[in-house]
Design a binder for this molecule. Structure first.
Ligand code: ADP
Ligand code: ASP
Ligand code: MG
Length: 421
């Protein structure tokens, strides 16, 4: 039986018809290596952003179901065009959306998780000699409702397909040459990593390095899918391999720095200090499918017998969180709820920081020397995150990248531009 290779091409890689023709050549090259090829594509260029803008012009608070209907169309355009581009070279290709294949997800709009992928149709079409082109980012529920996996979710579609098909490898083709020590658009002399562990990559992705969708890394780790990030434009470069930790020697304390500008800090003030209050607060949020990131419960006020609880959520969940927290405030008898969207989370990540003292203090001192105030801190075994003011994010990333000696002599080539904040 032939080996199956899954290739994924992001928005910049399919931004116009010339680029789509180039992608077709990359796909055919893999097929000519004697492999079966399944290709996952994102929407062309900034299509998804454009669709979001259209929706907001019509309705400032569009329903999640209709948003999924709208956003899923972007990927449908790309699959048909790429399939045509492959066919134009005389090769056999067929495109499928998620419903046609059966990429089944939970019944949740805008950030659904994949629960199962039917492989019969894919296998049959591969046996017939087809290159298969699949729409990333979208799924379907048992009831036939269209869902999406969250922004950047095509990476997860690709890895999940690779796992379901027991593929030899999943290659994520993008506009940079691999995973870097930080976003090369922010620090031009960031270094490309030859390899990184699933664990570090997962933390890096969660911390805001959007080169890979966090759930794609989670899925790759769970099913041991060999994953590679590489450039769509420089095909002779090997990119970055994401591997199991046991295959790697970790000799650097910090592997990377990331910033996340998409969070909001919420403080629920003066909650009565009795058992079960935190459980009530966070179960209300969980019931609305709102994920919480950093959490701090501040020192109890002895006289008033109250606590403050501060936490962060994604800015996309803010309208829902505001609604829920009004109810929670009354239920808990809390004094007030405050929202702060002028924040950024900067993180340093590295498996090598375990048992190496001084990493946290170096981070805090570096931020202090740059005149940056820390609003919240959270840590895991291999990550330290600080919440700071949004305007300080780039300065913080540059300073931390420098202090942990992560730069190199080369300047990374970057096709995309930094989004406005
Ligand atoms: P695609 O459209 O191919 O999915 P994305 O824009 O989602 O591409 O991801 C690639 C971008 O991720 C790069 O252009 C880069 O600026 C950004 N990025 C952020 N952090 C990193 C990092 N640590 N390494 C590489 N790229 C990063
Ligand atoms: N097109 C979607 C987005 O822009 C999915 C993806 O690109 O991975 O978020
Ligand atoms: Mg992406």
């Amino acid at each position: 039986m032939k080996k199956i290779i899954v290739q994924k091409f992001g928005g910049t890689s399919v931004a116009d018809t010339e680029k789509i023709k180039n992608v077709a050549q990359t796909v055919i090259r893999e097929k000519n290596n004697g492999n079966d090829v399944v290709v996952v594509v994102s929407a062309m260029g900034h299509t998804t952003d454009h669709l979001v803008k259209l929706a907001n012009e019509i309705n400032p608070n569009p329903s999640a179901r209709e948003m999924d209907m709208l956003l899923s169309t972007g990927e449908c355009v790309s699959i048909a065009l790429l399939s045509m581009a492959i066919q134009a070279t005389g090769h056999k290709a067929v495109s499928f959306n998620a419903t046609q294949i059966g990429i089944l997800t939970e019944n949740v709009h805008s950030k659904a998780r994949i629960v199962d992928i039917k492989t019969e149709k894919l296998k049959k079409n591969l046996e017939e000699g087809n290159i298969i082109v699949v729409a990333g980012f979208q799924g379907v529920t048992e009831d036939g409702e269209i869902t999406t996996l969250g922004r950047g979710g095509s990476d997860t579609s690709a890895v999940a397909l690779a796992a379901a098909l027991n593929a030899e490898r999943c290659d994520i083709y993008t506009d940079v040459e691999g995973v870097y020590t930080t976003d090369p658009r922010v620090v031009p002399n960031a270094s490309r990593l030859d390899s990184i562990s699933y664990e570090e990559m997962l933390e890096l992705a969660h911390a805001g390095a959007n080169v890979l969708h966090p759930r794609s890394v989670e899925t790759a780790k769970q099913y041991a899918v060999p994953l590679r990030v590489r450039s769509s434009f420089k095909l002779d470069n090997m990119g970055t391999l994401i591997l199991g930790v046991e295959k790697m020697e970790i000799n650097r304390p910090v592997a990377g720095v990331a910033a996340d500008l998409t969070q909001v800090r919420i403080v629920v003030r003066e909650i009565p200090d009795t058992p079960g209050e935190a459980a009530t607060l966070f179960s209300y949020l969980a019931d609305e499918n709102i994920s919480v990131d950093m959490i701090i419960q501040s020192y109890a006020r002895k006289e008033a017998n109250t606590n403050d609880i501060a936490f962060t959520v994604s800015i996309d969940d803010l309208p829902k969180a505001q609604e829920v927290l009004e109810k929670v405030k009354v239920k808990l008898g809390a004094e007030s709820v405050k929202f702060d969207d002028d924040i950024a989370k900067v993180s340093i990540i590295g498996a090598g920081m375990i048992d190496r003292p001084g990493i946290a203090s170096t981070m805090f001192k570096t931020l202090a020397d740059a005149g940056i105030n820390i609003k919240m801190i959270s840590t895991s075994e291999i990550k330290i995150s600080c919440l700071i003011q949004k305007a300080d994010a780039q300065k913080a990333v540059k300073a931390l990248h420098e202090v942990f000696n992560l730069g190199c002599d080369e300047i990374a080539e970057v096709k995309g531009t930094l989004p406005d904040v």
